[in-house]
Design a protein around this ligand. Structure first.
Ligand code: SF4
Length: 344
């Protein structure tokens, strides 16, 4: 059994067995989740006999790093391999004293958004909690020493809300190191998953990939909209409980002559009226192989779109993606080397 996928409470419970082991459980969990131990051997305050026993009963296996691609903007894209040979990607984006780690939840994606390389490559399998936590451990270990604050965003490969059982367990483990307010789950709009998140006692932040202001166009680029229509999605977002000071994030991939007009920005403002939120505008990352017909709007069009939303009183950030030179940007995961980052 891989203890990286177990919470500290579960590890303590698993180690129970009389005598010394009861007391040592918390220590072993501390070594794994707080001190980043990779082997039982390095747990220096645990008696050697117990370490040997643990190594026979349990293991601490992380994904294998097959490749790291370093972008000129400081971000790094990781290609991981897990049991059975499946691969997935994660992206680390340090920025002075803080860093954002973009995590994957699946090894592909069945949602099939037409502007996303991961979607074009098709479904993969769900990652287990130990694999999701493992990618976090590996990327965190490489961060520069000055990084004090880490934000985690489940915006890599896959739809996290199609993998809620494993995601829930991974979150319980991640919460031991990272506050829920520093973790964001980004979804294509899986309504039962949003309700699942709403019912969590410790709740990460919710980001929803919106990408169009109406059912018709959203369905065109995000086929999942047929299953979870836009009006029902918006109702589930309006019902989502928000702690004081929190906001929903809407991601909006801006595609030239498709969803980028000033009128579209006005329609988005009306759609989200009354919802405490911010909007991340992501000018499309073009991909000549997978969706050659989709283009990035000009900077002027992006500015006009953002300006219209700001004039409507909205908080807007334009995210010209990081890591584009190594295919680590939004919608590009697994785009090169047949493996790396999507973005909801
Ligand atoms: S954008 Fe996200 S949900 Fe859509 S296909 Fe890509 S990985 Fe899947």
């Amino acid at each position: 059994m891989n203890l990286i996928g177990k919470t500290s409470v579960e590890i303590a419970e698993l180690l129970k067995g009389g005598g010394d082991r009861d007391f040592r459980g918390q220590q072993v969990a501390g070594w794994i989740h707080q001190r980043d131990a990779r082997t039982f051997e390095e747990m220096s305050n645990i008696p050697k006999v117990l370490r040997n026993q643990l190594a026979k009963e349990f293991f601490l296996t992380e994904p294998e790093v097959l490749e790291k691609a370093f972008s000129g903007d400081g971000s790094t894209k990781y290609l991981f391999e897990v049991e059975g040979g499946a691969t997935f990607e994660g992206v680390s984006m340090p920025d002075g004293g803080k860093a954002t780690l973009c995590l994957s939840s699946q090894t592909g994606c069945a949602v099939g958004c037409t502007f996303c390389v991961t979607g074009a490559l098709g479904a993969g399998r769900n990652l287990g909690p130990e694999e999701m936590v493992g990618q976090y451990r590996l990327m965190r270990r490489d961060l520069p020493g000055e990084v004090e604050r880490i934000n985690l965003v489940f915006m890599g490969m896959g739809e996290p809300l199609f993998n809620t059982t494993h995601l829930g367990q991974a979150l319980e483990i991640l919460f031991e190191r990272v506050s829920p307010k520093r973790i964001t789950i980004s979804t294509a709009g899986i309504i039962p998953g949003i309700r699942w998140m709403a019912a969590l006692s410790k709740r990460p932040k919710l980001a929803v990939s919106l990408n169009a202001p109406d059912q018709h166009r959203r369905q065109e680029i995000m086929p999942i909209t047929r299953r979870y229509p836009l009006d029902q999605l918006m109702a589930s977002i309006r019902a989502f409980p928000l702690e004081r000071g929190r906001r929903i994030t809407f991601e909006y991939v801006l595609i030239r002559d498709f969803n980028d007009s000033v009128a579209d920005a006005g329609a988005v403002a009306r759609l989200i009226a009354g919802i405490p939120c911010k909007i991340n505008i992501i000018p499309l990352n073009e991909d000549a192989t997978h969706f050659p017909e989709l283009r990035q709007p000009s900077k002027e069009v992006v500015d006009d779109f953002a300006g219209t939303l700001r004039d409507a009183g909205r908080v807007v950030t334009v995210r010209w993606s990081k890591g584009a030179d190594v295919a680590a940007a939004c919608g590009q995961l697994k785009g090169r080397n047949t493996a790396v980052l999507a973005l909801k």
